[in-house]
Write a protein that binds this ligand. Structure first.
Ligand SMILES: *Cc1c(COP(=O)(O)O)cnc(C)c1O
Length: 461
């Protein structure tokens, strides 16, 4: 008998209620995906067995959060829950002024309008779909300053979310610091596969931007997951708690946009946080136009209460260890099956390299979109494309051709079991075994904005 040396990761919670799932047959799934135009976003959730479309708004809330929902103070102005939320953000993240928003992009819209002027450049450690679009709509241009390793699915760099300071410096030299209102720093960079930035790198960015009077705005959607990787990988942080590391990360930035639908464990919500009074004042004025009064920002009192509790639960060491542990378990299973995945394994999902998986398809045949559809057909597991469809078009109409062509298996927080992880890996392998016979797709409908949500496709003959 082998003796265990230490306890493996396991869920620091138990089930109190379950949601029953519909099991479908292959002919049913073939019909459903065809009707959805081979876009997993257009499937009915009813027809999905295990839903890995996103980790956004899909978390299971705790009994404490549900109890908090009953404590909603649904006053139009000055709700008690707003002050609870404000306190939680100040306590766990350290930001001074906060404005709730209906979700992350609500905060991005307001922030971009307040800080960006026409012709400005906004550097960031890789783009995010909604973030970049709001920057562009405000008249700015996004500039990628992430290290090259982030674009290489084979690189095992432990901090693929790091900023390349030379790229940042080149931008400052070329455009002048005055044209750069802020650097957007995402923690656990979504589009790179859930990859962290190190404290060391963040401190360097802070020192450099300070010298030039440039702000840092933190896309803190996955800050707790980033803190976990710092704890595991960065020298000097092994003994620090997730809570301490999260607080330290925020301390090097001037403000933040947050989609609380991710790390903060709620089904809806977000906020804008900012330390500068003048910017806050302008944002507080604008939120009334787009979201609602500054003490609810498009949310109900109960939503703000659930968020305040979720923030506290999200920085718990046991929570985050099990969260990332489950993803690593799935990643190791896939690797054992020989499936090409982005390494190191990220914090919110497994990203399968569709270019390597389906090397016979050109990028114009949408390999990642194709693969996501095939996996659904095999097992009813719903994943999503993160490649050329998600990248969209430049303001001049040309397609972006991103280096990465990925299928994202995003794991909702506290929702699925280890047995579900086994089924997911088995399904990916079933498709992998017959990959040579898989044909690509043709786009037959393309919406103008964020096309990946609603585009439709047809199978190539
Ligand atoms: C989800 C997300 C957003 C946008 O937030 P929404 O709540 O979906 O509007 C912004 N940045 C990152 C990194 C995200 O993952």
């Amino acid at each position: 008998m082998k003796q265990p040396i230490k306890h493996s990761w396991a869920e620091p919670y138990k089930m109190k209620m379950v949601e029953l799932l519909k099991m479908t047959s292959r002919p049913q799934r073939l019909k459903a995906i065809k009707e959805a135009g081979y876009n997993t976003f257009l499937l009915k959730s009813e027809d999905v067995y295990i839903d890995l479309l996103t980790d956004s708004g899909t978390s299971a809330m705790s009994d404490r959060q549900w109890a908090g929902m009953m404590m909603g103070d649904e006053a139009y102005a000055g709700s008690r829950n707003f002050f609870r939320l404000e306190k939680a953000i100040q306590k766990f993240y350290g930001y001074k002024y906060i404005i709730p928003t209906h979700q992350g992009r609500g905060a991005e819209n307001i922030l971009s309008k307040v800080l960006i002027k026409k012709g400005d450049i906004v550097p960031g450690n890789m783009y995010f779909t909604t973030t970049r679009l709001h920057q562009e709509l405000a008249g700015g241009t996004f500039a990628d300053v992430i290290i090259d390793e982030a674009h290489d699915p084979e690189s095992e760099h432990p901090f693929k979310g790091n900023v390349d300071l030379q790229k940042l410096e080149a931008l400052v030299k070329k455009h002048g610091a005055k044209r750069i209102p802020y650097v957007c720093i995402a923690t656990n960079v979504n589009m790179a596969g859930g990859q962290p930035i190190s404290i060391k790198n963040l401190k360097e960015v802070r020192a450099y931007t300070k010298k030039h009077g440039i702000k840092i705005i933190h896309d803190m959607t996955r800050v707790a997951e980033n803190a976990y990787f710092i704890q595991q990988r960065e020298k000097g942080y092994e003994k620090k708690s997730i809570r301490e590391i999260v607080f330290e990360i925020c301390s090097y930035t001037d403000g933040a946009t947050m989609s609380a639908k991710k790390d903060a464990l709620v089904n809806i919500g977000g906020f804008l946080a900012i330390n500068d009074w003048d910017a806050f004042e302008e944002a507080r004025n604008l939120v009334v136009v787009y979201e609602g009064l500054h003490t609810y920002g498009g949310l109900a009192g109960r939503d703000m209460e659930a968020m305040a509790i979720g923030i506290e639960e999200s920085v718990n060491d046991n929570h985050i260890r099990a969260r990332v542990g489950q993803i690593e378990y799935l990643g190791h299973k896939m690797t054992e099956f020989g499936i090409p995945i982005v390494k190191p394994i990220g914090g919110h999902g497994i990203f399968v390299d569709a270019k390597q998986f389906l090397p016979h398809l050109s990028q114009d045949e949408y390999p990642a979109q194709t693969l996501a559809a095939e996996i659904y057909i095999d097992s009813g597991v719903r994943t999503m494309e993160r490649g050329i469809v998600s990248a969209g078009r430049k303001p001049n109409g040309e397609n972006y051709y991103p280096k990465l062509e990925l299928v994202r298996f995003t794991i909702p927080r506290r929702v699925y079991t280890q047995a579900h992880m086994d089924v997911i890996a088995e399904s990916a392998y079933n498709v992998f075994r017959k990959r040579k016979s898989i044909k690509g797709l043709k786009m037959i409908y393309e919406p103008k904005y964020l096309r990946f949500f609603q585009a439709k496709f047809e199978k190539l003959k």
